[in-house]
Design a protein around this ligand. Structure first.
Ligand code: AMP
Length: 401
């Protein structure tokens, strides 16, 4: 199958070609035809599957012939980065259509956004909070909305955005076409689906399992030896660009600083940074001036950087879902990638859950020549109880009783 099958307008096909897309991905094959027919959609797919183009392309096709200067498509995204990326995809694929899009999110000037809105846009990719601010101020008019996309719905729920989404939905007119994308379907999202979507077509791409193009390896290590092991791992591995995940903002910052000190072109991406700093870090990583990005889960949400050769979990994620999202950053659309996870004895339960999800035992690796026996210098390296796995906490409680 190729993109000609969908009969997109030549101006849209020009965008498809400009971005180098030749073969539609499975989610695109399954969702584009029903969206073009005007159906509501539930897309169960993780990032890296090509889901953005799966909704952007039919939006462009629907909106191209209609009136200009009115907001007719709205994509609600959990993070600024994802909103930006959706907007970039819209601009790239829709360059020849003349349709205008804008990304709306907090942390930057509201006036500037208002000015751009006043000039007339057809497509908005927005984070819930700032979108509500604009709606309340009257600077966004959604009266002519035809298509609503709720992207990464499960993540928005995790981030506490569901009440905002409901408030936004209350401001929208019916009827419209609604598309909801989510990697998982927790109960609250299921409720939302029932309230908001009409007779939807459900499209599921695989299980919520990490990309098959990624090889997964575990590196058992004591907590206090994680940074030296990371350094040794980086020294001994041929990498292109590396994304490292830590559990806390502070740790992301510290690991990045240690890497810089060791001579790596590294930068952190975490919530303590200003929007300007975050954008500079991301742009630098995308352009290749930073080879290593150290991020927390929330900050890294929706990062769309191609050619990430390695994802390193400095800290084990706290759910299999978070692992899937992290690993989704490498091995994207037909590329291969490696995922290294540093594991301590407290991570046993999560390792078991991951092996269950992947349906294979994960390879445990030992780094030749690395001294695993160096004792912890002092107790500050011992994790506080709230950071332990649930099983370990239970064991601890039992021990104390
Ligand atoms: P997404 O899952 O939307 O974040 O997309 C992941 C990456 O795949 C993005 O960089 C897209 O530009 C790229 N992509 C989407 N569709 C295709 C396609 N049909 N062929 C090649 N790359 C694609």
């Amino acid at each position: 199958m190729n993109f000609e099958t969908f009969n997109f307008h030549p101006s849209i096909m020009a965008g498809v070609r400009a971005l180098g897309y030749v073969i539609p991905t499975p989610i695109q094959v399954q969702t584009i035809p029903p969206i073009l027919q005007g159906r509501d959609i539930i897309g169960l797919a993780q990032t890296g599957t090509g889901k953005t183009a799966a909704f952007v392309l039919p939006i462009l096709q629907h909106l191209r012939p209609g009136p200009r200067g009115r907001v007719r498509a709205l994509v609600i995204s959990p993070t600024r980065e994802l909103a930006e990326q959706t907007c970039e995809a819209t601009n790239g694929l829709g360059e020849q259509t003349g349709l205008q899009s804008i990304a709306i999110y907090g942390g930057v000037s509201m006036e500037q956004q208002t000015r751009r809105l006043r000039n007339g846009v057809e497509i908005i990719a927005a984070c819930p909070g700032r979108l509500l601010d604009h709606i309340r101020k009257g600077s966004i008019d959604l009266q002519h909305l035809k298509i609503l996309v709720i992207d990464e719905a499960d993540r928005m729920f995790d981030m506490g955005f569901l009440p905002d989404i409901r408030n936004i939905l209350r401001c929208l007119m019916n009827p419209r076409q609604t598309l909801l994308f989510s990697a998982t379907m927790p109960a609250d999202i299921r409720c939302l689906v029932q309230e908001v979507l009409h007779n939807p077509v459900t499209v599921q791409i695989g299980r919520t399992a990490p990309a098959l193009t990624v090889s997964h390896a575990l590196y058992p290590v004591k907590q206090h030896l994680k940074t030296p092991l990371l350094m040794e791992l980086l020294r001994k591995t041929k990498t292109e660009s590396v994304l490292i995940f830590t559990r806390t903002k502070h740790r992301a910052e510290r690991v990045a600083q240690q890497l810089v000190k060791a001579g790596y072109r590294a930068v952190s991406l975490q919530g303590n940074m200003s929007q300007y700093q975050r954008q500079a870090a991301l742009d630098g990583f995308r352009a290749g001036s930073f080879k290593i990005l150290v991020a927390t889960d929330i900050a890294a949400r929706g990062i769309d950087v191609l050619d990430i050769s390695h994802v390193v979990n400095y800290d084990m994620p706290d759910s299999t879902d978070a692992y899937t999202h992290r690993i989704g950053r490498t091995g994207r659309v037909g590329k291969t990638g490696d995922a290294f996870t540093l594991v301590t004895s407290e991570d046993t339960a999560m390792v078991r859950a991951l092996e269950h999800l992947l349906n294979v035992p994960l390879e445990r690796r030992t780094l030749q020549g690395f001294n695993y026996t160096v004792p912890a210098p002092d107790s500050k390296f011992i994790r506080p109880p709230h950071q332990l796995g649930r099983r370990a906490v239970q064991k601890q409680r039992i021990g104390h009783n």
